[in-house]
Design a protein around this ligand. Structure first.
Ligand code: IMP
Ligand code: MG
Length: 179
């Protein structure tokens, strides 16, 4: 298995996710929170984060993929909303693993408004520096990271590495089509 250089340890992520949970909890007191998680990358973050939010909440899932090649690129976004049924009148928190160009979350924020959400906020574990093309300030952000291709804690390369408990940078020589 190619080398992964650890960028964020399991302990660092755990602590930060706990803090984000506390922030979200205090912001959504008395509001009908629906967390809409973007598959597949946010799956592990979702599982850890919801257990840190001690409020009634719903979980919904949708799938968005913008992959052209094995890594990331600004290909056409394909959205599958089959598991995100009812957001009308709800306060939606969109959850994704990483904010890269911003096309995914930008499009989904728009989509949630179209579907009648009462409010839409965004949360990401990671935000990559110097890659953003769509103007969007995430409301909750775990870590700002340098422009490198990262894997682990949900993030994949060719559908591998998602299960790593840490976030790491994949050895450059292993990543072929990252721009
Ligand atoms: P955006 O639309 O460019 O912001 O892309 C967001 C999506 O691209 C994320 O949900 C990830 O699935 C994927 N992505 C972006 N950067 C990385 C990375 O460094 N590693 C793994 N996936 C990434
Ligand atoms: Mg993703």
């Amino acid at each position: 298995m190619p080398a992964v250089n650890i960028l964020l340890t399991e302990a660092q992520i755990e602590e930060r996710v706990r803090q984000l949970g506390r922030e979200i909890e205090s912001d959504y007191q008395g509001k009908p929170l629906t967390i809409v998680a973007v598959l597949t990358g946010s799956l592990i973050l979702l599982a850890d984060l919801v257990r840190q939010i001690h409020l009634p909440l719903r979980v919904a899932l949708l799938q968005a993929s913008s992959y052209k090649g094995a890594t990331t690129s600004a290909g056409a976004l394909i959205i599958n909303e089959a598991f995100a049924p009812d957001v009308a009148g709800r306060d939606v928190l969109l959850l994704d693993d990483i904010l890269d160009t911003g096309h995914t979350l930008g499009t989904l924020v728009h989509r949630m408004h179209e579907r009648g959400a009462a409010s839409v906020r965004t949360a990401v574990l990671l935000r990559k520096v110097g890659r953003q093309e769509v103007h969007l300030e995430p409301d909750y952000c775990g870590f700002v990271i340098p422009d490198a291709f990262v894997v682990g804690y949900g993030l994949d390369y060719n559908d591998d590495y998602r299960h790593l408990p840490h976030v790491g940078v994949l050895d450059e020589s292993q990543v072929r089509d990252h721009p």
